[in-house]
Design a protein around this ligand. Structure first.
Ligand code: CO8
Length: 258
């Protein structure tokens, strides 16, 4: 797409596909890329035809982290005034489900981008890590917070304090990865999952994602209350009537997102 310098952006049916495209820097996340990613996701969010989004990188690297070359000379005032890290808010604000399709290195900000996605599908070549400590900094795009919630304190501390990489088996075992597939299956698997999601009631999909996201932040009582009320509210939709009628009539439902 001519409008993007660091990404390839396309729609495939009901799926929005973003491919990180800075091959010479292993898809290092510079300011331009983060801005473009926010813009691409906002466009998919606004596009009624899109039901879910896939974010992927190259075979060698999903993303090897924030762009060290860009950050190397920055002072506290520089990163503070630039709100380094703050630009990701646009990425996570999008309500349509995001699937990360990860092959190769997902390090630092790259691992954190995967953690910002709702589903992480990884190839057997994927490697995850938070090597920030080796650079004299700490994770700044959610790594100390989302990673600790996703994998627990012991594993998060191990990764963040030692900076080591983990292979895909370990990443799946500890709950960072949803599915592991062969490298040649990676993109198809992610797109098929996105297509499947896009075929369901959009209202139900967004409500389900919102409720699971509440579980990351709220206590159990508050979360259960949110879930129950959201569940009940879906009985106000045509898609609930259609989904249940179709089941009873042994036919495929035709959801109209209302
Ligand atoms: N930033 C900039 N350039 C990078 C990065 C990066 N993160 N990663 C790789 N590159 C570049 C290399 O400099 C190299 O460029 P050149 O050819 O011009 O020398 C090119 O990509 C290829 O990389 P390598 O030659 O190193 O490839 P290898 O196969 O030998 O190694 C590795 C691959 C192991 C992935 C290695 O490149 C590596 O260790 N990269 C850095 C990984 C890292 O430390 N990432 C964490 C970055 S810090 C971060 O993400 C913090 C996020 C939060 C900040 C928030 C602040 C508020």
């Amino acid at each position: 797409d001519a409008a993007f310098e660091t990404l390839l952006v396309e729609t495939r049916g009901a799926v929005g596909l973003v491919t990180l495209n800075r091959p010479k820097a292993l898809n290092a996340l510079n300011a331009a890329l983060i801005e473009e990613l926010g813009r691409a996701l906002e466009a998919f969010e606004a596009d009624e035809a899109v039901g879910a989004v896939v974010i992927t990188g190259s075979e060698k690297a999903f993303a090897a982290g924030a762009d060290i070359r860009e950050m190397a000379q920055m002072s506290f005032a520089d990163v503070y005034l630039a709100d380094l890290g703050g630009a990701w808010a646009r990425v996570v604000a999008c309500r349509k489900p995001r699937i990360a399709a990860v092959s190769g290195y997902a390090l630092g900000g790259g691992a954190e981008l995967a953690q910002m996605c709702d589903i992480v599908i990884a190839s057997t070549t994927a490697k995850f890590g938070q090597p920030e400590i080796t650079l004299g900094i700490i994770p700044g795009f959610g790594g100390t917070q989302r990673l600790a919630r996703a994998v627990g304190k012991a594993k998060a501390m191990d990764l963040i304090l030692t900076g080591r990489m983990m292979d895909v088996e370990e990443a799946e075992r500890c709950g960072l990865v949803s599915r592991v597939v062969a490298p040649e299956r990676l993109l198809d698997e992610a797109i098929e999952a996105a297509e499947k999601i896009a075929g369901f009631s959009r209202v139900a999909v967004l409500a389900a994602k919102e409720a699971v996201d509440v579980a990351q932040e709220a206590g159990l009582t508050e979360g259960m209350r949110f879930e129950r009320r959201t569940f009940q509210s879906l009985f106000a939709t045509d898609d609930q009537s259609e989904g249940m009628a179709a089941f009873l009539e042994k036919r495929k439902p035709s959801f109209r997102n209302r």
